[in-house]
Design a protein around this ligand. Structure first.
Ligand code: HEC
Length: 198
């Protein structure tokens, strides 16, 4: 390369310091023009043309999230006797459900479901239905006017199903100090008066 041409001295001088007028490297200049061209294309596409805006993308994400949530609720809503009965045979789910029961339900229903403020869950008599889906509904929606909390906002759908299935396993366990039965049995017969007096 021709040194005299490339390293041309500029005609100023500060405190004896002189400076060459070196051209910027080709790749740098190329990149510089590329960014300018890119910004033009960007503005044309996203601000003027058909490109999605940030708000549009956000709204799309929100829509997808809502769709996913709806789908999840739909699957969680697909509760049946079979689904809950299968859960009862799942040791992992039952262990987890028992922990939840002891932590959240035992204060009112006793650590073994024998009943304290809340009814005995181990006998054959039920106030709000005896099937697993009935139990699931009672736990989900609660009986607020009678002091039974609705759990749908405090437990995940899977936890709720597992706890309902677990409550079903308590029936007939006959724990000590059980609260007298309340409600009706499978044939619709009310709990015996003599034992129910409390
Ligand atoms: C603050 C006290 C309290 C807590 C905590 C509580 N319950 Fe209850 N529960 C009650 C009361 C009171 C009733 C009876 C409602 C009625 O008389 O209609 C009840 C009723 C029920 C029933 C219906 C029983 C029947 O005879 O039909 C089920 C099932 C049940 N609870 C499960 C649970 C589970 C599972 C939990 C924990 C996730 C829980 N409860 C936590 C107070 C409570």
């Amino acid at each position: 390369m021709d040194r005299t041409d490339r390293d041309r001295l500029l005609d100023h001088e500060y405190d004896g310091i002189e400076e060459y007028d070196n051209p910027l490297p080709g790749w740098w200049v190329w990149l510089f023009w590329a960014t300018i061209v890119f910004s033009g294309v960007y503005v044309a596409f996203y601000h003027i043309g058909p490109g999605p805006s940030v708000i549009g993308q956000y709204e799309e994400d929100v829509r997808l999230a809502a769709e996913r949530a709806a789908k999840q609720t739909a699957t969680a809503g697909a509760i049946s006797e079979d689904v809950l009965a299968v859960l009862q045979r799942n040791p992992g789910a039952m262990t987890r459900a028992k922990q939840i029961f002891v932590a959240r339900c035992a204060a009112c229903h006793g650590d073994r479901g024998q009943g304290i403020i809340g009814p005995n869950l181990t006998d054959d008599y039920w106030l709000h239905g005896r099937t697993l889906t009935d139990i699931h509904r009672t736990i989900r929606e609660g009986v607020p006017e009678k002091g039974m909390v609705p759990w749908k906002d405090q437990l995940q759908p899977a936890e709720l199903s597992a706890v309902a299935a677990f409550v079903g396993t308590l029936r007939g366990t006959n724990p000590p100090n059980a609260r007298p039965p309340q409600g009706v049995d499978g044939a619709g017969k009310p709990a015996p008066e003599a034992k129910a007096g409390s």
